[in-house]
Design a protein around this ligand. Structure first.
Ligand SMILES: Nc1ncnc2c1ncn2[C@@H]1O[C@H](COP(=O)(O)OP(=O)(O)OP(=O)(O)O)[C@@H](O)[C@H]1O
Length: 490
């Protein structure tokens, strides 16, 4: 309308706000934008939550400069300004309802039925006030819910402050929303099913936790008539461990079977693909363990978006997302012909590697304490924090500083529990660092000690003095003497 325009300075400020609204909250760009909006020096240390509060205050102040009532009414401005102001309006509305969405997500976590959204009418009216039509209002309402859930799920599932985990949270966010919010909002809302994610990492590094965060954070459409989202997000994630089933049963577990499809099929059985909701994701864990024939069938499902239960004729639609995970070296499996290249290329649009715990601790030694605290709080609630000092100290005393944590976070969880029960943790013998080899490498052994250590290892493998004597070229008595030497020391 005549006369109203943003000044250059206003356009600059509100431009940052428009950029910030859907920016990756785990990424450095969003942190930098919040600081700029809050007017905080980019070098000064800042607490992110406080920075956000200040940023929200600044946005309110600048909006009231435009309109003392605080109503934006973007339609009064020329198109480019109106677009920016509409996003500023979305920023304000999202942050005004952020806590309420948080509480709603906690309540919804307890129910498989979709709950009514208690603040739906107020939120709807605020979106209408921005000049959005009903379709856009429903879409933004769904996106707000999704953004809040994405943040909540990633933050809760993936704890850590070392650079590799910071990067991991950022990557998980991008797996849900892409790296460009404007692309996502324009074309991809509710259409992410063709993006598969492949999670790689050792056992216990959090692949299932990461997959759950993605699965629980999909877009779920909002229905203004019922004031509910189409389903509870608790239904949006299913998983199957493919290493758990013998080859003959895998197809039935994936695709389901009809009654009488084979001897023993006494009833219809729903496979994991049928259980995966259209707004959800299925985790195919240990994908590196399935045979090429099953890989081919899964590839066909991904391409055609249909599958047929064993013994059935009618294909069924599959609209969910696929997340695959493995601890195996897929490069080697592919080179050996045990993992199909075509299947790999269908899965590889988003490959996320989860860092082993030893790497995390090497990057930031405070990581161990943080994870001990997180595990104690998960196990005992906030009271668990009182135990952090004691458990951390005993963990550090129980394992060497360079202990490799082969079972990663899962092992640390057991270590924390065992320390709570017995006061100490003894690492699995297989996993403990090889002290003998370390001493050899450090050049700290005498010839006798070297021989004693070597013969003791041979004895561990062969179990008879005769066999050790044969392999080492020594006589039986000498072998026995050296092995005895080693034993008396331990
Ligand atoms: N970064 C993390 N922050 C918090 N908890 C974590 C993290 N990584 C793993 N965990 C926890 O460690 C345990 C094991 O994780 P998870 O089952 O996701 O591992 P995984 O990689 O899927 O293992 P596997 O390959 O054996 O299936 C879970 O309780 C999970 O919540």
């Amino acid at each position: 309308m005549a006369g109203l325009r943003l000044s250059e300075a206003q356009r600059g400020f509100f431009g940052w706000v428009a950029e910030a609204v859907f920016a990756n909250p785990f990424g450095p760009e969003r942190a930098a934008l919040d600081r700029r909006i809050a007017g905080i020096d980019s070098h000064a240390p800042a607490d992110p939550a406080r920075t956000l509060e200040l940023a929200i205050e600044q946005v309110e102040r600048r909006v009231r400069e435009l309109d003392p009532d605080g109503r934006l009414r973007p339609d009064r401005y020329p198109a480019e300004d109106a677009r920016i102001l509409q996003w500023v309006g979305l920023f304000r509305i999202y942050h005004a309802f952020r806590d309420e969405f948080g509480q709603f997500i906690e309540r919804q976590a307890q129910s498989a039925e979709s709950l009514a959204l208690p603040f739906a009418d107020t939120l709807w009216a605020e979106l209408a006030d921005l000049g959005l039509d009903a379709e856009a209002r429903a879409r933004y309402l769904g996106v707000f819910y999704q953004v809040r859930r994405g943040f909540h799920c990633i933050e809760r599932e993936i704890i850590g402050l070392c650079p590799a985990v910071v990067e991991l949270r950022m990557r998980l966010w991008n797996a849900i929303f892409t790296f460009r919010p404007d692309w996502y909002l324009r074309c991809l809302v509710g259409r992410m099913e063709d993006f598969s994610t492949l999670l790689l990492g050792e056992t216990g590094t959090g692949k299932t936790a990461a997959a759950r965060a993605i699965g629980h954070s999909g877009y779920i459409p909002y229905d203004p008539k019922t004031r509910r989202f189409q389903e509870s997000y608790t239904r949006a994630f299913v998983s199957i461990n493919l290493a758990q089933f013998p080859a003959g049963l895998i197809e039935s577990e994936l695709f389901g079977h009809r009654k009488g499809a084979f001897s023993g099929a006494i009833d219809h059985h729903q496979g994991v693909l049928a259980r995966c909701s259209a707004h959800g994701a299925v985790l195919m864990d240990e994908i590196g363990d399935v045979e090429p024939l099953i890989q081919l069938k899964l590839l066909t499902v991904l391409q055609e978006r249909r599958f047929t239960p064993v013994g059935g004729r009618e294909p069924q639609a599959f609209n969910g997302r696929v997340i695959a995970a493995t601890h195996r070296d897929l490069g080697r499996l592919r080179a050996e012909g045990r993992f199909r290249d075509d299947f790999f290329y269908r899965l590889c649009s988003d490959v996320i590697a989860l860092p082993p715990l030893r790497q995390r601790i090497a990057e930031n030694p405070a990581e161990l304490r943080l994870m001990v605290a997180a595990i104690l709080v998960r196990t005992f609630g906030p009271d668990g924090l009182a135990l952090v000092d004691g458990v951390e100290e005993r963990t550090r005393a129980s394992v060497p500083a360079d202990y490799p944590w082969p079972g990663n976070v899962r092992e640390l969880e057991q270590c924390v529990r065992r320390i709570c029960l017995t006061g100490r943790y003894q690492a699995d013998g297989r996993a403990a660092p090889d002290v003998f080899l370390q001493q050899v490498a450090a050049g700290g052994l005498t010839a006798d000690e070297l021989l004693a250590g070597y013969l003791a290892r041979l004895y561990g493998r062969c179990r008879t003095y005769e066999e050790v004597a044969r392999r080492s070229g020594l006589d039986r008595r000498t072998v026995k003497k050296y092995i005895g030497m080693g034993e008396s020391e331990t």
